[in-house]
Design a protein around this ligand. Structure first.
Ligand SMILES: Nc1ncnc2c1ncn2[C@@H]1O[C@H](COP(=O)(O)OP(=O)(O)O)[C@@H](O)[C@H]1O
Ligand SMILES: [Mg+2]
Length: 277
């Protein structure tokens, strides 16, 4: 089941893990500034699994890059545990769509890289890498190099690497977008398990509504040009262990609700693009 919720303001008694206030971002372009994100508010609680969906170009990656500390907001602020984000930090683990591994390092070295950079000893970093490779089901692949692995395995290494510094929050930008359907579903199940086991806060961008419903405690549907909240929902599907969840009428109804929101947004975005290419 999904039910509408406001993610603009803190929901719990505890202060939110992450809070964006009046956040906006515009980029310069030859034909004038492009407003990627409108001033918008967002609050994410500790342990939330927030899935963000929205039409292409609505500012999802921009939002994630600001939270990751790779971009700075044009206006407003983002705080993590009440502290403003001023740049990248080890308490935020990032996983990209694909290809962010170091090709010249073994799987083990890729995962151990973050802890080593933070001053963890060689032996401890190696132990930590082994545990994480177990967690993502890559036991036995430690000495392989990224090019020797399938796309799905590379994304698992990416997840293990993002977890290696024991971050408070995982930021994932369409991490499974380049994978085939079967691999995707397997990794979604694995991600659910990892989230349940570690209790991390996750912000997960996806263009798959099914993926969002399968994983999320909360779904944010973004409107485009400029990017902002169109709707937000609380979702209980991620707690279900029904193997046929996707075939249930409740799931289909939720999927349809989100699909309709996205369709109207995509049509609007297309009209705007035709008017202001
Ligand atoms: N570095 C940049 N310079 C100029 N424009 C950018 C830059 N990054 C993103 N944009 C623009 O901002 C808007 C949002 O982009 P993005 O965040 O990548 O969207 P999404 O990830 O939802 O597809 C798009 O119109 C895009 O062209
Ligand atoms: Mg993107």
């Amino acid at each position: 089941m999904i039910k509408p919720v406001s993610l603009d303001v803190p929901r719990g008694h505890a202060p939110p893990k992450l809070q964006a206030r009046q956040l906006s971002k515009s980029f310069p372009s030859p034909s004038g500034p492009v407003q990627a994100l409108a001033p918008f508010d967002l609050s994410v609680d500790k342990g939330d699994f927030l899935c963000v969906v929205g039409p292409s170009g609505c500012g999802k990656t921009t939002l994630l890059n600001i939270v990751a500390g790779f971009e700075t907001p044009s206006t407003g602020s983002v705080t993590l545990d009440g502290k403003p984000i001023r740049g990248p930090g080890a308490e935020r683990g990032v996983v990209f769509q694909q290809g962010a591994l170091f090709n010249w390092m073994s799987v083990q070295e890729n995962v151990a890289f973050g802890p080593r950079a933070c001053g963890v000893s060689v032996a401890e970093a190696r132990d930590r890498a082994s545990q994480l490779l177990d967690l993502v089901g890559l036991n036995g692949f430690a000495s392989k190099y990224p090019y020797q692995l399938s796309g799905g395995m590379q994304q698992r290494v990416g997840i293990a690497r993002a977890l290696a510094n024991d971050p408070d929050i995982l930021l994932m930008d369409e991490p499974f977008a380049a994978l085939d359907q079967q691999t995707r579903e397997l990794l979604q199940e694995e991600m659910r398990r990892i989230w349940q086991r570690t209790g991390k806060t996750v912000i997960w961008i996806t263009h798959s509504i099914e993926e969002a419903l399968f994983l999320a405690t909360h779904v944010l549907v973004m409107a485009s040009r400029p990017g902002r909240t169109k709707a937000a929902f609380e979702s209980s599907f991620s707690r279900s262990d029904d193997p046929y969840l996707a075939a249930s009428p409740e799931f289909a109804a939720a999927r349809r609700t989100i699909l309709e929101l996205l369709r109207s947004e995509a049509a609007k975005a297309q009209r705007l693009e035709e008017m202001h290419p």
